[in-house]
Design a protein around this ligand. Structure first.
Ligand code: SAM
Length: 275
């Protein structure tokens, strides 16, 4: 356990066990991880040699979704829960390069995200990072920093990108999301990516890797992923594999699902709108 040193020191981190945020960082080729996290990433790569490319495609989908939300949907407020460690292009960068006024509240329950986020955001007045837990949605809704940054009387995009797989259905993750969506103004959006189960061996291998390294990482049928959207209408092209999912050009020239590499059929994305 690393020990804090002085009042401004970062929180202590248990580096002996892998965490989701740090294993994901290792898969993305980042440097904010420790030996146990790299072991966790190695387990993923053992089962799914292209696991790093899956992580990169998930980040690309995040940027595609944010661009749609800012440019096409006119959203200028984001609540990005399970935001992860800062990486190459983050939600605030994707949003603020289109609308410099866009506001982003990052929420993650791993304190290392706060420690690294603060350094990145020191000079950005439109973006904050707080430590809070999706499993306690009222804590996020009542968080003073979140409330000070985001105007809940206007539309907000809620991002739950790459988190559902870390909870099994018995925990009822959709209910935590519903609690937050209920507080958002009409015109708000819900943006989700999740691991999918269409019966392919590599999808099952991804689940096995997660269970072995982190104790979670379940896959779900596309029908079950659609239920994450709480009955809200899903914008075109609906819920689809990341490489086929282009919300800014849903009728464009997308690859046939059968032409995708098996690793490209592990994650799906979608965005729904609250009216
Ligand atoms: N959203 C980013 C993306 O898609 O690139 C990061 C995804 S990463 C796979 C999942 C993130 O969710 C991690 O940073 C982890 O710490 C965070 N997380 C896991 N459980 C959480 C919870 N209960 N509350 C908030 N964040 C959580």
């Amino acid at each position: 356990m690393a020990t804090p040193d002085g009042p401004d020191a970062p929180p202590a981190f248990d580096t002996s066990q892998p965490t989701i945020a740090r294993v994901y960082d290792a898969l993305l080729g980042g440097k904010d991880n420790f030996a146990a996290d790299r072991e966790g990433a190695a387990t993923y790569l053992k089962y799914v040699p292209d696991a790093g490319r899956c992580a990169i495609e998930n980040r690309e989908a995040l940027v595609k979704g944010v661009r749609y939300l800012v440019r096409t949907a006119g959203i200028d407020q984001f609540l990005d829960i399970g935001s992860g460690l800062p990486t190459q292009k983050n939600t605030h960068q994707a949003a603020q390069e289109i609308n410099p006024e866009a506001k982003v509240a990052y929420v993650d329950n791993d304190p290392i995200v706060l420690a690294h986020g603060r350094a990145l955001l020191a000079t950005n007045n439109s973006t904050i990072v707080v430590t809070a837990d999706l499993r306690e949605p009222q804590g996020i809704l009542g968080n003073e920093e979140v409330r000070a940054l985001l105007d809940f009387s206007r539309p907000i995009a809620l991002m739950i990108v790459g988190i559902h797989m870390h909870f099994n259905d018995e925990e009822k993750p959709d209910e935590w999301v519903r609690t937050i969506m209920n507080e958002l103004a009409p015109g708000s959006y819900l943006f989700i990516t999740d691991f999918v189960d269409t019966g392919e061996p590599l999808q099952k291998a991804m689940e096995q890797a997660g269970l072995e390294s982190l104790g979670n990482g379940w896959i779900r049928t596309p029908e079950r992923i659609e239920q994450h959207f709480l009955g809200l209408p899903i914008i075109p092209p609906g819920v689809d594999f990341l490489a086929r999912w282009f919300p800014e050009d849903p009728e464009g020239d997308v690859p046939d699902a059968d032409d995708l590499q098996p690793y490209q059929r592990i994650l799906m994305a979608g965005i729904a709108k609250k009216s």
